[in-house]
Design a protein around this ligand. Structure first.
Ligand SMILES: Cc1ncc(C[n+]2csc(CCOP(=O)(O)OP(=O)(O)O)c2C)c(N)n1
Length: 619
């Protein structure tokens, strides 16, 4: 029988018998593997929560009850069971379903996520609002053991634990972040995983002991006294209990009846409850189960072989960064690298092998990464902190307060700067240049190709002293641009191509777009000069002014929000007789889709830009 065919919403699911749910789970696994093999996405995390999600939708009462998915990359099954099964083929595609929960997409998505470790804060907020409004329903945060390494999760546990607010936190423990999970909390969870299942609560044990005549009372008193000793042996999850949570677990996250039993019990527990659930990341798809780190996030792939359909052997900016950092670290022993649970994604895998003692994977903790780097720099080490642009947003204050204010030599390697594509709004790297360029003492660079990335890294680590950021895009550089071999010098741009009719000012990946624009303009007999800024801060005003005074027309291309772009700065130095055209992204959040589609949609591709120039200046 095909169960999934008859299920669109949780009400349909509730018509099944408990012993039928396993069959549904199997169908969901097959569905997800097929669907993600075509769209790409977070396959391993979703396969790991199939049974948990089925149990949640069966045991709870959605949409009255609310589920907040931490990071939200594991919400595909939830989407399928809440009316979006037939749109799954559009997942992460332009105009299609988002790869993350979106309130705008469904009433079943109660909170937008994408960045890690926010779910418990959001859940306690939603639960407090429920109580203030005197409403009555369950609020559930589902958080992975990886996401639990983020500071916000601890802040929220600390607050929620003492709140007496009814709230369920489901800890989805698969012992993996993207790579193997790290840190003391992870070791603590590993110990808990081996404890016998603990479906009762501490209070139940105490009640039970009370029932034993006389010596039960004595034993209870003894247990109370031996708070950190024997009680820990009796009650697992003591750390959570001490924080104020009732702890339940560890449960088998693939045993649906066991989960349903726990959810049933949960309804009668007052105050905050943490249910610790053990799952297997990638469960049900051989490759994902064996290599959950590789199958955490994938592009479209062949189901039989597990191999990506696109050519993944082409090197990326992240790879080049990692290779060059290894080379630099060999000669300069003061250099260390820091990653926030993204060793593979930021290209640091080889570095971690060559210099295991000089690579710090500090968990999903960008704020800590930056301040820890400041500490290292204050004590004579040169830290290179590799973070994705959108995740660096987390550490804005740390960059200002701990790095820039003390003028410390910390190198920020800002990966995925600019549009990132299918992950969408939460992941686009379109704000970092805006906030970095406003910070005193901060120097900001953007390479136009791999050659520049390498020489900028060399410059930032070995020649510069102070806070410095290099921002580079997702993906690969298709070709080199002229003059990228010219030595990197503080605040100096380069002329990539000379021309007489118009000046194009760009930096980073957009220099290549400028070259494409120049080629198109050539066929209209327009001769463009291209300035590669290299430095977003300090800006090379001389090179811009010299060219602008010659051509009298300036086109500025910047793949970032307009308000935070270089446009305002450049406009402020240009004389009144110079005509300008500014091409940036709008001051909006940018949806998901391929990077090329998004550039086109926002008229930031070479064809659209050229058309606008011709219409505005040369018609
Ligand atoms: C602030 C932030 N930093 C980094 C990431 C990238 N990231 C996405 S998922 C993930 C690992 C999450 O691990 P876990 O919570 O255990 O979930 P799992 O995928 O193992 O189910 C990371 C590091 C992010 N989403 N947000």
């Amino acid at each position: 029988m095909n169960y999934l065919d008859n299920i669109d919403f949780p009400q349909d699911l509730k018509k099944l018998k408990i012993n039928e749910l396993n069959y549904l789970s199997q169908e969901l696994r097959d569905f997800i593997i097929k669907s993600v093999s075509a769209t790409g996405g977070h396959i391993a995390s979703n396969l790991g929560v199939v049974d948990l999600t089925v149990a949640l939708h069966y045991g709870l009462n959605l949409p009255e009850d609310k589920i907040i998915w931490d990071v939200g990359h594991q919400s595909y099954i939830h989407k399928i069971l809440t009316g979006r099964k037939h749109q799954m083929h559009t997942l992460r595609q332009l105009n299609g379903l988002s790869g993350f929960p979106k309130r705008a997409e469904s009433i079943y998505d109660v909170f937008d996520t994408g960045h890690s470790s926010t779910s418990i804060s959001a859940a306690i907020g939603i639960a407090r609002a429920r109580d203030l409004k005197k409403e009555n329903y369950e609020v559930v945060a589902v958080i992975g053991d990886g996401a639990l390494t983020g500071g916000m999760a601890f802040e929220a546990l600390n607050d929620a634990g003492r709140s007496n607010t009814k709230l369920i936190v489901i800890l989805n423990d698969n012992e993996m972040s993207i790579s193997e999970n790290v840190g003391g909390m992870s070791s603590y969870l590993s110990k808990l995983r081996t404890e016998p299942k603990y479906l009762s609560t501490k209070k139940d044990v105490e009640k039970l002991l009370d029932k034993l005549p006389n010596h039960g009372k004595n034993l209870k008193a003894f247990l109370r006294r031996a708070k950190n000793g024997i009680k820990q042996m009796v009650v697992p999850g003591m750390m959570f209990e001490e924080l104020g949570f009732t702890y339940m677990g560890p449960l088998d996250g693939h045993n649906i009846p066991e989960l349903l039993d726990a959810f049933n019990k949960a309804k009668n527990i007052k105050g905050p409850l943490l249910i610790h659930v053990k799952t297997i990341k990638g469960k049900g798809y051989k490759f994902a189960e064996e290599m959950p780190n590789i199958y955490h996030g994938v592009s479209a792939f062949n189901i039989e072989t597990g191999v990506a359909l696109s050519n993944s052997s082409v090197s990326s900016y992240s790879d080049v960064f990692g290779e060059k950092l290894c080379e630099i670290a060999e000669k300069n022993e003061s250099v260390v690298a820091i990653t926030a649970a993204m060793t593979d994604g930021t290209g640091l895998t080889e570095f971690s092998k060559q210099y295991p003692n000089r690579l710090f994977d500090i968990g999903i903790a960008e704020q800590h990464a930056v301040t820890m780097a400041a500490g290292l720099a204050a004590n004579g080490i040169v830290p290179v902190v590799a973070l994705y642009s959108s995740f660096l947003q987390r550490a804005y204050d740390q960059v200002i307060h701990d790095v820039a204010l003390q003028n410390l030599h910390v190198v920020l390697a800002v990966d995925r700067a600019g549009l990132v594509g299918n992950d969408g709004e939460t992941h686009q790297g379109i704000f970092d240049s805006a906030f970095l360029c406003q910070i005193p003492n901060m120097t900001v660079l953007a390479p136009a190709d791999y050659i520049e990335l390498k020489s900028m890294l060399e410059f930032a680590v070995n020649e510069y002293d102070g806070p410095i950021a290099i921002r580079y895009p997702r993906g690969n550089s298709k070709s080199n641009i002229n003059n990228s071999y010219v030595k990197v010098e503080l605040g100096n741009g380069t002329v990539v191509e000379e021309g007489m009719d118009i000046t194009i000012v760009a930096h980073g990946k957009m220099v290549k777009t400028a070259v494409d624009v120049r080629n198109i303009l050539k066929s209209h007999n327009v001769d463009a000069e291209i300035i590669n800024l290299r430095f977003l801060k300090p800006l090379d005003k001389n090179i811009i002014l010299k060219s602008a005074n010659k051509t009298k027309k300036v086109l500025i291309i910047d793949e970032t929000v307009k308000d935070g772009s270089i446009v305002l700065k450049i406009n402020s130095i240009l004389p009144d007789n110079i005509k300008t055209l500014c091409k940036t992204l709008p001051d909006e959040f940018i949806t998901h889709g391929s990077v090329d589609e998004l550039l086109k949609q926002n008229k930031l591709d070479a064809e659209s830009i050229s058309e606008e120039i011709i219409n505005k200046f040369f018609n």
